[in-house]
Design a protein around this ligand. Structure first.
Ligand code: FMN
Length: 242
C-alpha cells in the first residue's frame, strides 16, 4: 500500500511511478483510504515537505494508522530543496522506525517565496527527478534499509524553529481577483473542503487549510493569490501526473 498526499501533483506523480513499477496501489489520504493492511505487505508514504515537516492531513492520518504487523515501511518525500526532519516527524507519529527514507527534488510550489514561472526550469527539475525515482524503486524492490534522504539538511533542531511557521499561515491571505469567474474548480479540488463559493467567488471558510496552494496553482484564470508575491511567481501543477 502506498499512501500519499499531494496538492500540486509532484507527490502524486512519485506515488504513481512507485505503484506502477512495484505493482502496488497508491491511495490519497484525502480520500480516507482503508487503514487495514495485510501482514507482510510493504507500506509506503509519499508526501510533500511542508516547512521541513509534514502536511497536517498526512500527519493526522499517520497518527491514526496503528501499524502493528510486519511491514517494510518507507517514505518518499518530495521537496523544493530540503526535507528537514519530515521523516523523523513521520517516525514519531508512526511509533516505529522507517526501514528506508528517500527524497526527491521537484519544483517548489511554495510560491509566496519560490518562483515556478519558468517552464523549462521546471521540466529540467522533473527530468532530473526521474533517475532518482528509478533508484528509489530499485531500493524498495530489494527491501533495502537505510536513510537515503540526501536532502535533509539541517535536521531536527532547525525544523523545530521552521515548522511553527506552518501553523502561523492563515487563509486570510488568500484573495480572488476580478479574473475569477466563480467556476468552482478551487472548491471542488480543495482536499480539505476549506473553500466555498459564495456570490460567485471563493471564500476560505477555514482559518487553517493545508496551504497546499492547489487552489492557486490550478485556477484556470490564475485569479487566486496568497500574500503579495505569488502572482509574480507563476503556477505549477505536475504535468506528468496521469
Ligand atoms: C505549504 C508548503 C510548504 C513547503 N515547505 C517546503 C520545505 O520546507 N522544504 C522544501 O524543500 N520544499 C517545501 N515546499 C515545496 C514542496 O514540498 C514541493 O514543491 C512538493 O514537491 C510539492 O508536492 P505536491 O505537488 O505533491 O503537493 C513547500 C510547499 C508548500 C505548498
Amino acid at each position: 500500500m502506498i499512501y500519499y498526499f499531494s496538492g500540486t501533483g509532484n507527490s502524486k506523480y512519485v506515488a504513481q511511478r512507485l505503484a506502477e513499477a512495484l505493482d502496488d496501489s497508491a491511495v490519497s489520504v484525502s480520500d480516507n483510504p482503508t487503514r487495514e493492511i495485510p501482514d507482510g505487505e510493504p507500506v509506503g508514504f509519499v508526501s510533500p515537505t511542508y516547512f521541513w515537516g509534514l502536511p497536517w492531513l498526512l500527519a493526522d492520518f499517520v497518527s491514526e494508522l496503528h501499524l502493528s504487523g510486519n511491514h517494510y515501511c518507507y517514505v518518499a518525500l518530495t521537496c523544493g530543496g530540503s526535507t528537514g526532519d519530515a521523516s523523523g516527524m513521520l517516525e514519531k507519529l508512526l511509533g516505529r522506525k522507517l526501514d528506508a527514507r528517500f527524497s526527491v527534488k521537484m519544483p517548489d510550489t511554495w510560491t509566496p517565496m519560490f518562483d515556478v514561472s519558468d517552464n523549462e526550469a521546471n521540466n529540467a527539475l522533473l527530468d532530473a527527478a526521474e533517475p532518482v525515482i528509478d533508484e528509489m524503486i530499485e531500493k524498495i524492490r530489494a527491501r533495502e534499509c537505510g536513510n537515503f534522504d540526501h536532502l535533509r539538511g539541517m535536521g531536527k533542531v532547525a525544523t523545530a524553529l521552521v515548522y511553527p511557521f506552518y501553523k502561523r499561515q492563515s487563509t486570510s491571505k488568500f484573495k480572488a481577483s476580478d479574473a475569477c469567474t466563480g467556476c468552482g474548480l478551487c472548491e471542488k479540488q480543495c482536499p480539505v473542503q476549506a473553500i466555498s463559493i459564495e456570490d460567485g467567488k471563493p471564500v476560505w471558510v477555514k482559518e487553517h487549510c493545508l496551504f497546499c496552494l492547489s487552489c492557486l496553482h490550478r485556477c484556470p484564470h490564475f485569479a487566486i493569490s496568497y500574500g503579495t508575491k505569488t502572482h509574480k511567481h507563476g503556477q505549477f501543477y505536475n504535468p506528468r501526473v496521469k
